[in-house]
Design a protein around this ligand. Sequence first.
Ligand code: NOJ
Length: 760
Amino acid sequence: MKKIVLLVVPILLLIGFNDTKQTSMKENKNQTIKQKIDSLIKLMTIEEKVGQMNQYNGFWDVTGPAPKEGNAEKKYEHLRKGWVGSMLNVRGVKNVLAVQKIAVEETRLGIPLIFGFDVIHGYKTLSPIPLAEAASWDLEAIKKSASIAAAEASASGINWTFGPMVDISRDARWGRVMEGAGEDPFLGSKIAEARITGFQGNDLSQVNTIAACAKHFAGYGFSESGREYNTVDIGMSTLHNIVLPPFKAAVDSGVRTLMNSFNEINGVPVTGSSYLQRDILKGKWNFDGFVISDWASIGEMISWGHAKDKREAAKIAVTAGSDMDMESNTYIEELAQLVKDGFIDEKLLDDAVSRILRVKFELGLFEDPYKYCVETREKETIGNPKHHEAVLDMAKKSIVLLKNENNLLPLKKEGQNIALIGALAADKNSPLGSWCIASDDNTAVSVLEGMQAYENNSLVYNKGTDVSLGKTTFVKEVKINTSDKSEFNDAIQAAKKADVVVMVLGEHGFQSGEGRSRTNLQLPGVQQELLEAIHEVNPNIVLVLNNGRPLAITWADEHIPAIVEAWQLGTQTGHAVAQVLYGDYNPSGKLPMTFPRNVGQVPIYYNYKNTGRPVDKDNNVFWSHYIDVNNTPLYPFGYGLSYTRFEYSSLKLNGSSFSLGEEISVSVDIKNIGKRDGKEVVQLYIRDLFGSITRPVKELKGFELVNIKAGETKTIQFTLNKETLGFYNNESEYVIEPGDFKVFVGGSSAETVEADFELK
Ligand code: NOJ
């Protein structure tokens, strides 16, 4: 090994890696990095270049179809040859250090690896699932949550997360809606920005920050019929106005990497789409980071019927701008030969490699490849009590109060007999949510434990029924209990004696996430039957929902007096839920996705188009509707109650007619008309009434989170400008058109005060 170290050092010196001189100018720094990259690339063989573009999965965790048996030896051999640029799913200081040492000390050039991991909603200390966090509309809290995830992951050797997922989706059947920010591109863009700044901080070379990855570029959230990995067929207007804006926001906020996706768009698998990766991302948007493929997606172009073999797949992907290959082995097997045979210009490799090296330089890996591998820091950081406080705060902010008839909530703190029912109430694993690979099993505070902290009531717990059967894991399908009702009776007896019944029902944490599409959006298994059976003996029920997607709970909405949306809230779930139920926290969450009345309404979303037949005054059949259910959702986007109430009035604009480019000021009064202090998400929507491309009936263009004391009135100001009044035409050009507009402000997309204005 010594001999190899001797070989490496002169090369590092030659290109000035030991130059620690600090420059204050970002441009100078970029210039220096560019020079270093250029010198390094000159030293690299074709195989070493391809190596930088090759990412292997580690040797323990798997987050995709299992790699071939016995290929660990091959991976080690390739590591030693310098044929690997990155590893995913290697975590923990000891493990990362061991693998990094091979890259740095045993390869010819000693180029450090970048270690990627799915840090999606926390690392060991888990935050609420991303969809839940989005329900807070609290960008500071979301940013903080990402920064805590980065602190823990980086202390464990990781320097790159495969997050945030910024896919917009309107389809609750798709399991991955739990990983995103919901259905709206404006909210999605703001949250993308918050998460990226949280992960990356202001300076990527700081040891507690990690490179972010906006995924999945692009269109994955529109998988046909919500079926995972399915085709996507969307028009240009949806692509440019709904799908791409959060990616653009991610690039504008400095995201260092993007991941492409498994789907095709318009017949082209996006891994091989030059239009998306070269023309838009690296061309129009000037993105200078790198693009990683999704797990095996380069090779999967063969199954799609787009490439005839791995050689062709590699050629298509690299030409289209996929810089790094995650686990399809296509680049490592094919690229070097393709260059040697003259089928690919080596310049394509140089471009990809320089992008990858740039991020490694920015992370400071060349200065100190072991900077993320300090065991004392790992011990101090992971599970730090401050992180628990922060994820508890995030969890409370993520809860949405859906219904509260006769102020059943908050619960009285003493003298009550409470029956707590539902297997999920005592579950310490499911609330961790789907991306919990780095956390330890059963480490969530359960709702039962959270409620036990309120000691002056009598609390009786009964499972009632199991939701899932057997041990469930990240890679295995959840087995749902669809028949066993043997414990119904115990729960019914407990409910009969109770003043209030709290039922925790919904999906197991592993029923949403990757590979978990559903065709049925009701409570899984026999839980609906349990709910109805308990309701028969005691209708005084608070239903606490656990779920990673909108559910169709129409019966519950009609019969159950209080409903609390508690998603999967991470490590501190139980305390967050109990504090909301007992009124120590006044909920303020608002839905980031529309809840349908039934699955047949899906895809359903607030920013729909009016159609040519929006109504029929004569009550004939010839208008856009269903004959068996209303067009409206069960709960609209932006909806959520509080223990107080807010009244909106005096919507004012600083004029009624404006010239293009002029800023428009909008103000509105919000009064807290209840008896408690509360927090409201004030939402501003517009409608552009007539457009060369038809415009949605409402588009979110601003929001603000305000604390308002009981009885107090606050005036909130918004500004509409050229960034918010235009849209993308089908040539992907941003245009603002003169004409009539409406502006709406309210506490949900469905309840608003409105005014009109004109753009000239
Ligand atoms: C496949 C998923 O689609 C992607 O989001 C994830 O980052 C990779 N697997 C790595 O685990």
